[in-house]
Design a protein around this ligand. Sequence first.
Ligand SMILES: [Zn+2]
Length: 456
Amino acid sequence: MSCLSQSLCDYDHQFQEPLGRVQEAESLALMVIAVWAVVRLIAVRLLEEGLSVRARRPTSWPECASCGRRLQSKGFRQRVLCTLFGKIRWQRRVGRCSNGCAGSQVAPLDEALGLVAHQPNGSQVQWMGCLLAVFMPSETAGAVLRQLTGVELAPGTLWRWVQQVGRRAMVQLEADLQALAVGALPELEPLAAELEALPRVVGADGVMVPFRPQPGTAKGKTCWREVKVAILARLGERLTRRGKHVSRLYQRRLVAVLGSIDELGPRLGLEAVRQHVQTAVRVVWLSDGGKGFWTVFQRCFKASGATAILDFYHAAQNLYKGAGAWLDGRTRACRQRLADWPHRLRHGHEQHLLAELATLLEGKPLPQAARESLTKLYNYLKAHEDHIHYEPFKAGGLPIGSGLVESACKWLIQQRFKGVGMRWSEPGFNHLLHLRLAWVNQRFDSLFPQMLPSPN
Ligand SMILES: [Zn+2]
């Protein structure tokens, strides 16, 4: 037996059996798995040892909250806690009021360690469980957690944690929104110097999510509701292997709300402040034709001189659609001219296009359906007159499609909330959404204050 194995066996005969399995393992893979058990045992011992040392230090007893008398030690009692390495047990002093006041029992070491009474699992277990649940259904997450750590959670525990921590995230967001409403700015997020000069991209989109029609029951027809999602990012580019420059988003941050467009605005505003929108060299808004989202642009970004771009593919689609009715039964030459519209829109002739549409509408009488659809098209393009300068946008290195915005938005929702047979309750969806947002926005750990070093 090697020196380390021997010392471990000498230290505690409990190491003998797992170390024996390391020696007997036939393959390297089995060896690693066997060593994993040894490592966990060592970790448990290290924790128990460290806690015992702390538990033996002198305790300063507080006064009884009811009668003011100093609490007295009642000796050492065992505490058990489930950690990422397995169950740990240690003895620590418990004290009580000698007047027998109800609820006076305390364990000062537990408090100093950040444990609450009867807490069965360490906060790292909660942290890892919630992290897994961000990506997979909570039952699967529980199984993966067991596989990774050996920790077995009671049924429903993981989902309860998601609810708890998600609620914490929502309360925090609500407080930040209220503070911003009265002028208290949130803390700015650090921004790498090389990103400062890059334009800021902002965009928004809606994604449908399946909900249960009634709370508390799985019965009834699925009810689809729109979740509004917005993205803020720095727009840079990267070189592909073939030497092509393509757009890439940096410092991507998402906001989302199951609610109205009026609720999206303030959330986006809050995130924009965090992401230095005031000092951004240039702000670019990207979106497709959804009216509500353009209201957000007008309210939040237009005044500060942001450049807004209507998704080119959306505009082109509308050109085809609008022309379709008018085209019906026309000559080939005429069809060709219309097929050319998107091309002209893309290459700097948007004003000619608008003029042509206006002439068509003013010219000889049109069938009712054709007139309606052409009028609609004209109004749509006219409303977005400033947002369709695709030639200069493209020349200036800006994207003309909102695909990169839409895909980020869809990803936030699609990957976790639209699995086979999934249907959500409103609170359940919201709690998990806010956990997922925290993870995407790199703020997940801040939801577990026990795991962060104290600021001083
Ligand atoms: Zn008392």
